[in-house]
Ligand binder design. Structure first.
Ligand code: CP
Length: 309
């Protein structure tokens, strides 16, 4: 049975059941096929999507824009608060009120936790969270699960190693939360002690009955079916000195993978990367992060068409 998508806000990955995610993935599969065959239906012709990006973005903003345009919609928006009247002292709330009257849906990214939820409370039109501070990045988690499902044939029963900034990284947090909708074999965390997942995230894993542990990078790579690597989030550290202590504390290299990884391992990364995966991994069979980034378009097309269709 089809879920209730029309007019829906997307704030956290936890807003979605497994059945709803599976429904989204089936739509994304069909969007991907229609993109490959060059026969995309202009389902959203005449619609306008507002892209309100108060924080930098390459993939999220441009893949939403591509998704909207592929479906025949137009986009308005900005890629920095500096080019808006927020610079003159206007509140984000007033900005959202304006966009609500101009557009049919709003995608928002901001450094403030809870900003997407606030926008959803203000706007009558659907609001999609494109990342709010260290809290949530739900559409990234949808893309991540979709990519695992596509490349591994399933999401259940796999060993996931999740590496990097698991405390301040919203993509990693949303990915961990997304796994609570499935039944992984186990989850292995690799991070400096200061960057372990937040207690509320671990509590949700425990409630879902998912086994997790901590390991060294080498051991995690050896055990994993999916290696999810993330950047240390310099911009979210409350204290720059703390960032200096942990930056560059792990690195996935081709030689490490050749020594330890299963042949079928898939390496994901929400991107951007800095130095946590070396470029010599890019042309190996393990690399899946560029496929993952490209999947942003069909997954976001599926989401927009379900919400606005
Ligand atoms: N993965 C991701 O959110 O990338 P951007 O910051 O480039 O949007």
């Amino acid at each position: 049975m089809e879920g209730n998508w029309r007019g829906r806000d997307v704030i956290s990955i936890l807003d979605f059941t497994r059945e709803e995610l599976e429904e989204l993935f089936k739509h994304a599969e069909s969007m991907k096929k229609s993109l490959e065959e060059g026969r995309v239906e202009k389902k959203l012709k005449g619609r306008i999507i507002a892209l309100a990006f108060f924080e930098p973005s390459t993939r999220t903003r441009l893949s939403f824009e591509t998704a909207a345009k592929r479906l025949g919609a137009d986009t308005i928006g900005f890629s920095s608060g500096f080019s808006t009247s927020v610079e003159k002292g206007e509140t984000i709330a007033d900005t959202i009120r304006m966009l609500d009257s101009y557009a049919d849906a709003i995608v928002i990214r901001s450094k403030y936790e809870g900003s997407a939820l606030l926008a959803a409370e203000i706007a009558g039109k659907p609001v999609i969270n494109g990342g709010d501070g260290k809290q949530h990045h739900p559409t990234q988690a949808m893309i991540d699960l979709y990519t695992v499902r596509e490349l591994k044939g399933r999401i259940d029963g796999l060993v996931y190693a999740i590496v990097g900034d698991l405390r301040y990284g919203r993509a990693a947090t949303s990915f961990i939360l997304a796994l609570t909708r499935y039944q992984p074999e186990s989850v292995i965390f690799v991070s400096p002690p200061q960057l372990k997942p937040r207690p509320e995230v671990l509590m949700l894993l425990e409630e879902a009955g998912i086994r997790y542990s901590y390991a060294r990078l080498e051991d995690a790579v050896e055990a994993a079916d999916v290696l999810y690597v993330t950047r240390i989030q310099k911009e979210r550290f409350p204290d720059p000195a703390e960032y200096e202590k942990v930056k560059g504390s792990y690195r996935v290299t081709r030689s490490l993978l050749e020594e330890k990884a299963k042949r079928e391992l898939k390496v994901l990364h929400p991107l951007p990367r800095v130095d946590e995966i070396t470029h010599d991994v890019d042309d190996t069979e393990w690399q899946a992060y560029f496929t993952q980034a490209a999947n942003g378009v069909p997954v976001r097309m599926a989401l927009l068409s379900l919400i606005l269709g």
